[in-house]
Structures are given as C-alpha cells and as structure tokens.
Design a protein around this ligand. Structure first.
Ligand SMILES: [Zn+2]
Length: 276
C-alpha cells in the first residue's frame, strides 16, 4: 500500500508570513507560545493511526522549545529544517540563507543526535530565479528539498515544476525534490497539499487527489501547521482577507486530519529518500 508523506511546519501562529506587517520579529517573544500543546495533539493523533511524519522545525523555535523537538524525535518521527526565522528565500541574500539553513541544521542535529536531511522554505519561497538556494542546500549537506510548489500563485509557486518526487541535478551534486501534493482539474494544476486549502476546500477533493497519487504509484505530500488545530489561539488584528484565510475552519481541522490518517497510510520523507 502506498505510503504518503504527512508533514508539519513547526512554527507559532504569529510566524505566518501574512501576519509579517503586523507582528514584527522583535515582538515574537511577547506573544504567548501555543506550539507545544498543538504538537502534543498532533503526536497523539499520529500515534492513534500508527503514522510517521516529517516535522520541518524553525531554528528560532527549536532554540526556545528544545523539549518540543526532543518529544517529536522520541516518538519516532523525522526532524527536518524550516530555516531559522521564517524569512522568505525571495527576500534573502544567499549568505543569509546559508547561515539560516546551516545554523538550523546544526541545532536540530545537536538536539536529536540524528542527521537532518530535508528543508522546506517558509511560504514555499524557492520560486523560478531562486534556484541558487538549491545549490546552497546541497553544499550544506541537505539531501532533499520540499519547497517547489508546482502551482501558479501570487508570491509563490514553481509553475513548471514536476508534480512528483524527482532528482534535481546541480553542479555541486543532486537533491531529491519532494513537492507538495497537487491535483489537475481541467488542465490546471491546483494545490491539494494541505494548509488553508485543507481547512476550506471539501475533504473529497483531498481524497480524490490522494487516490490519484496512488494510481500513479507516487506519494502525496501533505502539510499542516500546529496552529491550524488551535481554535483558541490569540487573535491578531489583521485585515479581513488575511483573517478569513488564517482562521476559517480551525475548529474542524483536527477531525479532518483524523479522517485523512484513517483513510491513507503515511511515512516520513526520509524513508522515501532512503529508497530513491
Ligand atoms: Zn512556515
């Protein structure tokens, strides 16, 4: 039976890129932390369904909550890197990106005693023209990337990217690219990988996309954030559209996750990389 990838981007509700103009990094430590309890609930949900997952953790968060990282690893899941402070690759100089992915990998490895193989850019921000970031990842010892979202969206997306896991060969070596799941509707590629889409779109769309991946014999890569199962999180005063996107469906996400975990089998991306 096909194993899919269940992935979690481990960050706080106030790290969301759409909140950036209203929540400054200098103020992050003043917002109440909610991540530990949501991660605990995700770990319980995964254990109930005997699923393994990949957790992409922010270095900033790992430094403040090392026990969260240790708990995830102790439960048998994979720890991977989400960069240090949620800066988008599109706004980063290569030297700053290198520092971020190096520092995060070193800290996560020190906390768990295991190699960190994978990276996911905040907001899937490796877009056409930013491929230098893949070279940096190879040079820094990463084995796979999960940042190229093969959809056309404002501010992110890698529209001509392949929809299945594939090797990317660069001058310095190769990297397995593991894109988030997508579906094809009427000749258009649409996101079917998780996040706000999973909270807002009908569940049946995701089931159909996962079954389609199984017919093609490839894993679907699903992603979610701890704050997406936390309806009690402190509210941030942001404009209406941002508010709708962030807060819609929070109360039903945990039930939907249980459904997805019941209907499909999940493993880590590291396991796929080991077989590739
Ligand atoms: Zn993120």
């Amino acid at each position: 039976m096909q194993r899919h990838h269940f992935t979690i981007d481990v960050e706080e509700y106030f790290h969301v890129a759409a909140f950036a103009p209203w929540v400054l990094p200098a103020d992050w430590s003043r917002w109440p932390s909610r991540v530990a309890r949501s991660v605990d609930r995700l770990l319980a949900l995964l254990a109930d369904h005997e699923a393994r997952a990949t957790f992409f953790v922010l270095g900033w968060l790992a430094q403040r909550h090392p026990e969260v990282v240790r708990n995830i690893a102790a439960a048998g899941h994979e720890i991977a890197s989400h960069g240090w402070d949620h800066a988008r690759v599109t706004g980063q100089a290569p030297v700053a990106f290198r520092t971020s992915v190096r520092r995060t990998k070193q800290l996560l490895e020190a906390l768990t005693g295991s190699s960190v193989l994978g990276f996911r850019a905040p907001s899937f921000s490796i877009i056409p023209g930013q491929e230098w970031a893949l070279d940096v990842l190879i040079e820094e010892g990463y084995r796979y990337d999960s940042s190229l979202f093969p959809v056309r969206r404002r501010g992110y997306g890698y529209p001509n990217g392949r929809r299945e896991p594939h090797w990317i060969d660069r001058a310095g070596g190769r990297l397995l690219e593991v894109p988030p799941a997508t579906a094809r509707w009427g000749g258009v590629t649409i996101p079917a990988g998780g996040g706000a889409y999973f909270r807002v779109f009908p569940y049946a769309l995701f089931r159909a996309a996962f079954r389609d991946h199984e017919r093609r014999g490839i894993p679907a890569t699903f992603y979610i954030h701890p704050w997406e199962i936390d309806p009690e999180q402190p509210r941030v005063a942001v404009p209406l559209l941002t508010r709708l996107r962030h807060y819609t469906g929070l109360a039903r996400t945990e039930v939907r996750l249980g459904r997805l975990l019941s209907e499909f089998r999940f493993g880590t991306i590291a396991a796929t990389v080991a077989r590739a």
